[in-house]
Write a protein that binds this ligand. Structure first.
Ligand SMILES: NC(=O)c1ccc[n+]([C@@H]2O[C@H](COP(=O)([O-])OP(=O)(O)OC[C@H]3O[C@@H](n4cnc5c(N)ncnc54)[C@H](OP(=O)(O)O)[C@@H]3O)[C@@H](O)[C@H]2O)c1
Length: 334
């Protein structure tokens, strides 16, 4: 039985990429749990671009992580001891475990955790990817997009956790799907393995010409994960009355001040732009998970994970998201 808990706390608000000393690894003694508490051992941690936003103190959708506080993170954990009415030893739970080895669940924190079923052939870590926040985000984002057969859908960060699923959902609905990603390997994966109709490597000098060639009939739907220059180029090719699902703006998260994409195209093309937060859809997670599971069983959805081993690697893993070093869902195996 472990006696200590290693935990990453936010020591300083970062500028740009995470630098050594922004997060600090500390070790504290595990205190025996009391009535109404459960102790969970964290197995997998979800690496999400929004963690970088939580580290800043700009206005945002949740309270910023305070200096000295354990860094907020989603994780999959197993209950190892319980004096809590809702959990028993051996239960798997998904929730805001924090970037640490052990999490104590009690009081109002309980609502941040959900018991996960054991489903044959479904790995625990996929509850952080295809059946977790990113898969569900893609599902509800594509619901907002209202894709129609024959329409052209362009997805940015297309080889990432959310983008790869959103693009495949577009294919299920009969769209022509073009992905934008940051390497040849990623472009090959989304076309050859996932069935995207086209892929553009935005790190090549002529990528905007390639985007034009890959979208000869213009773009009807933009599933946007990146913002900035990538989004500007996509907006320029939108068709009249197109839809923009604003899922994320990762190119801006390390910049301090959010930079605006050029919005004149929204007026000129009379676009419908809708932002959304996956947290608003909690009551429908189960139904969406069932649909994603059906598609996966039918071979219509494929997923991939990049797994980094060791809690001590978590800060490097967070930076990997901003350097494009993950394919599919990025997870830290604690
Ligand atoms: N609205 C919501 O509720 C919600 C929920 C979850 C996620 N999101 C958003 O969805 C987006 C994707 O998140 P994810 O968890 O699925 O991460 P991810 O796509 O698996 O990883 C991030 C990817 O973004 C790309 N990227 C990073 N910096 C970039 C830049 N400056 N320019 C262009 N591409 C860049 C990188 O791929 P390349 O190699 O292609 O550059 C990287 O692999 C993020 O914006 C996130 O905030 C929103």
């Amino acid at each position: 039985m472990a006696t200590n808990n290693r935990r990453w706390i936010l020591a300083k608000r970062p500028h740009g990429m995470l630098a050594p000393g922004d997060l600090e690894l500390i070790e504290t003694a595990l205190v025996p749990i009391e009535d109404g508490q459960a102790l969970a051992r964290v197995k997998y941690l979800s690496m999400d671009p929004t963690m970088r936003v939580w580290m800043t103190d700009v206005p945002q959708y949740m309270a910023p992580v305070a200096i000295g506080e354990v860094m907020r993170a989603f994780g999959l954990a197993e209950i190892i001891e319980s004096r809590h009415a809702d959990f028993k030893k051996g239960d798997k739970v998904l929730g805001l475990t924090g970037l640490q080895e052990y999490a104590v669940i009690s009081g109002k924190e309980t609502r941040n955790f959900q018991k996960m079923p054991s489903i044959p052939f479904v790995s625990d870590s996929s509850f952080l990817g295809i059946f977790g926040i990113t898969g569900l985000t893609a599902f509800f984002g594509m619901e907002i997009a209202k894709p129609q057969a024959g329409e052209t859908l362009v997805v940015s960060a297309a080889a990432g956790a959310t983008g790869s699923i959103a693009g495949q959902i577009g294919k299920i609905h009969g769209c022509r799907v073009v992905g934008i990603a940051g390497s040849e390997e990623k472009c090959k994966w989304i076309t050859k393995e996932l069935g995207f109709d086209g892929a553009i490597n935005y790190k090549q000098a002529d990528w905007k010409e390639q985007l034009a060639a890959a979208t000869p009939k213009g773009i009807d739907i933009n599933y946007e994960n990146v913002g900035g220059e990538v989004m500007r180029a996509v907006l320029n090719r939108m068709n009249l009355h197109g839809r923009v699902v604003l899922c994320g703006l990762i190119s801006e998260y390390t910049k301090g001040e959010p930079a605006m994409a050029s919005f004149s195209q929204i007026i000129i093309k009379r676009l419908r732009v809708e932002g959304f937060l996956i947290l608003d859809y909690t009551s429908r997670y189960l139904d969406a998970g069932k649909q994603l599971g059906m598609w996966k069983m039918m071979g219509k959805l494929k997923d991939r994970q990049t797994v980094v081993k060791g809690l001590e690697k978590a800060p490097e893993a967070i930076n990997m998201l901003f350097k494009g070093e993950n394919i599919g869902k990025l997870i830290v195996e604690v």
